[in-house]
Each structure stands twice: as structure tokens, then as C-alpha cells.
Design a protein. Structure first.
Length: 183
């Protein structure tokens, strides 16, 4: 009976693929991004951020502080420093001056950052992220200003989520500090 099993041409490739997939998956080293074993949550809480230069950068900075510290604010003695630079740009999607009603627009918020370990000033990660928020622009000036501001804040909060994920990945690769016991 076993020799019949291997003579059937359609079952042998399937069996080989199943064994290969099982071997491949057994070698997979998946672990949570914020695992306590890596101490990523504590490392994120030890990040200080540079002061903001404008309103959109302040939105991103405040959201990052909240996301990294769990709502506790910036640390008193930070171990890491993030230099953050955020730029927002608004543009109309259609340039139709004669159009009546709502016109589509877009806000692009770009953030560049550098994660540095404070004790030895070594750069752990540099990166840039960009988020686009779409909006409908009214012909009324105040409504247009408010729509652009809301889109900047939406894009800024989303940008902070992306940057926090990048920082968590970089800090997960950072080795755990050595703990020395004293009596």
C-alpha cells in the first residue's frame, strides 16, 4: 500500500511541499515587537524629543510622546534622543478656478528623524516618513483654513504612528543594558 502512495504522481509533490513548508515555518523566528524580553516598551519610554518649531511638528511631537511613554510624558533622565523635523505642504488636486462647491485637495506631511543614544552619542536610526491626507476644500476662506488644519492634524497623528513603529523596531534590536547587582 505504501508503494502505491508514492507511485501516484499528484500526491508526491504535495507531500514534499507540505514537509518543506513545515520545515520552513519551524525555522521562523517571530516575536512581538513590544515584547518584554527585548524591553522595547521601557526603551520607548526613555526617549526625549527635540522641541517643535511649528504647529504640525508639535502635533507629531505630542503624539509621539504619548505613544512612546504610554501617556506619562517625557522621561526625566532619557537614554535616547530623537531629533525631529516635520514639514507640511498643502496643494489643490484640481486647479479649476471656475468650479463651484467643494474642490479636492491634499496635505502631505513629511517627517525626518534621527534616533541617538545619549550616553555615547551614537546614531541608532535615521529615517523619513511621509503621509498624505486628502480633503475637500470649500470656497469659503475660513472653511478652507479649517479643512487644511484638520488634514494636517490627521496626517501628523498618522505620521507619529509610523515613526513610533520605526523607533520600536530600532530599539528592539538594541541590546539589553547589563544589570549589576549590589548588596
Amino acid at each position: 500500500m505504501s508503494s502505491e502512495f508514492f507511485r501516484r504522481p499528484s500526491l508526491l509533490p504535495k507531500l514534499v511541499m507540505m514537509v518543506g513548508a513545515a520545515a520552513l515555518l519551524s525555522a521562523c523566528q517571530v516575536r512581538p515587537l513590544y515584547s518584554e524580553a527585548a524591553g522595547t516598551g521601557a526603551k520607548l519610554a526613555d526617549i526625549a524629543f527635540t522641541p517643535a518649531d511649528d504647529r504640525v511638528e508639535q502635533v507629531v511631537r505630542n503624539r509621539l510622546i504619548f505613544l512612546t511613554s504610554g501617556g506619562e510624558g517625557e522621561p526625566r533622565l532619557p537614554q535616547y534622543q530623537v531629533a525631529l523635523n516635520v514639514v507640511a505642504a498643502y496643494s489643490d488636486i484640481l486647479d479649476d478656478e471656475d468650479a463651484v462647491g467643494l474642490q479636492p485637495g491634499r496635505v502631505v506631511v513629511t517627517g525626518t528623524y534621527t534616533l541617538t543614544r545619549i550616553k555615547d552619542a551614537s546614531v541608532l536610526k535615521t529615517g523619513s516618513r511621509r503621509v498624505t491626507a486628502l480633503l475637500d476644500v470649500s470656497s469659503q476662506e475660513f472653511a478652507e483654513l479649517r479643512a487644511v488644519r484638520d488634514a494636517e492634524e490627521r496626517a501628523g497623528r498618522e505620521l507619529a504612528e509610523f515613526i513610533r513603529a520605526d523607533l520600536a523596531i530600532a530599539l528592539a534590536e538594541e541590546p539589553q543594558p547589563q544589570v549589576t547587582w549590589q548588596k
